[in-house]
Design a protein around this ligand. Structure first.
Ligand SMILES: Cc1cc2nc3c(=O)[nH]c(=O)nc-3n(C[C@H](O)[C@H](O)[C@H](O)COP(=O)(O)OP(=O)(O)OC[C@H]3O[C@@H](n4cnc5c(N)ncnc54)[C@H](O)[C@@H]3O)c2cc1C
Length: 320
């Protein structure tokens, strides 16, 4: 039976593993995180919960639409009526989808039939024409015929370069893929928020890009807000003290979040959020002795749907 190790259990890796497994392959997913989903992330707070990575996604391509329709029938995904928003200059013409239990619920659902090892950070990759070996920080060794990498391109580039698996021309391809950072604040608040239905404010300028009310989004039983700082603010303050950053961003939203309503908050530093400069194709074939495909949202279309397409296309090229 052909086999593949997939590093990264976000949307790209999960999609690739599902497709390979459904076509008779043995697929082993490794992720350094405690759970699956990567940047499709939902966190439990002191009260309620919040999506703090991807907020919603589109489904414009036929394969992804079909997959999302299956997840909708299973009660895992539903539409968020963002086209009703009056607090955004952009109009949401295409439907926007969310996880009914938060974004990470989609990843958990996808992972159920798969062979996933979480808490496994890949640190060493080696191999020959017949197979490849991945060593993880915990000391475990995994072997397969082929390897798929789905980490954000800068992290993948570092991992491959450390293992002498990247030529200068390949390094240049990876280095050209850029991501914006994002500082995300999750705020538990008392009572209802004054964020207008359907629960978002989108700012075109200034330090804050986005505020979402997770109660109105119906993924939290109590009111919690997700604040995303703008790319420019996040770049400037990425290494700042996170508590100070969180407090500053909450203070800026005083009109919408009165101090007395704030119960507690947490801040997450995303070094890689949205891919700003993508490689044009959904994956890249590395010139290693064994078969190594590199994909993820930096390849093709830099978002959740692009990650799905990247994973699907990598699996299909291996199967064929
Ligand atoms: C703040 C923010 C807002 C966003 N908003 C949107 C949005 O509204 N709509 C949208 O469509 N997209 C949005 N995105 C982008 C979207 O989340 C990503 O495009 C998509 O989730 C990428 O999936 P992926 O599988 O390619 O990568 P990831 O989800 O990053 O998965 C990669 C996985 O690799 C793992 N990993 C890394 N290094 C190692 C290692 N050495 N060993 C093992 N595992 C490793 C990580 O733990 C991670 O789970 C947003 C992202 C962020 C952060």
């Amino acid at each position: 039976m052909p086999s593949c190790i997939i590093i990264g259990a976000g949307m790209t890796g999960l999609t690739a593993a599902r497709e390979l497994q459904q076509n008779g392959w043995t697929a082993t997913l490794l992720d350094k995180g405690r759970g699956v989903g990567g940047r499709m992330a939902t966190r439990r707070l002191a009260h309620g919960r919040a999506d703090h990575g991807a907020q919603y996604f589109t489904a414009r391509t036929a394969e992804f639409r079909q997959f999302i329709s299956e997840l909708t029938d299973a009660g895992i995904v539903r539409e968020w009526a963002l086209h009703e928003s009056k607090m955004s200059d952009i109009s949401f013409h295409h439907p926007r989808f969310i996880g009914t239990e938060g974004m990470s619920g989609i990843a958990k659902y996808m992972a159920q039939p798969l062979n996933v090892h979480t808490g496994e950070r890949a640190v060493r990759i080696s191999g020959d024409e017949n197979n490849c070996t991945v060593l993880t920080e915990s000391g475990q060794t995994y072997r397969a015929d082929t390897l798929i990498l789905t980490l954000p391109a800068p992290q993948a580039s570092t991992l491959l370069a450390e293992n002498q698996l990247l030529s200068p021309s390949e390094q240049a391809v990876f280095d050209a893929i850029e991501y914006a950072p994002c500082l995300a604040v999750m705020v538990s608040i008392h009572g209802r928020s004054s964020i207008p239905a359907p629960g978002i404010i989108k700012f075109d300028q200034g330090p804050i890009a986005w505020v979402a009310d997770n109660l109105q989004k119906r993924i939290s039983a109590t009111t919690s807000l997700t604040i995303h700082a703008s790319a420019a603010y996040s770049k400037e303050h990425l290494e700042d003290d996170l508590t100070a950053v969180g407090q500053h961003l909450i203070d800026l939203l005083g009109e919408w979040i009165p101090k007395a309503q704030v119960d507690s908050f947490q801040v997450h530093r995303w070094r890689y959020s949205l891919a700003e400069n993508c490689y044009p194709n959904p994956y890249f074939v590395c010139k290693t002795p064994f078969t190594l495909l590199m994909g993820g949202d930096g390849f093709g279309q830099g978002n959740v749907e692009g990650a799905f397409q990247s994973g699907l296309q990598m699996a299909r090229v291996l199967i064929s």
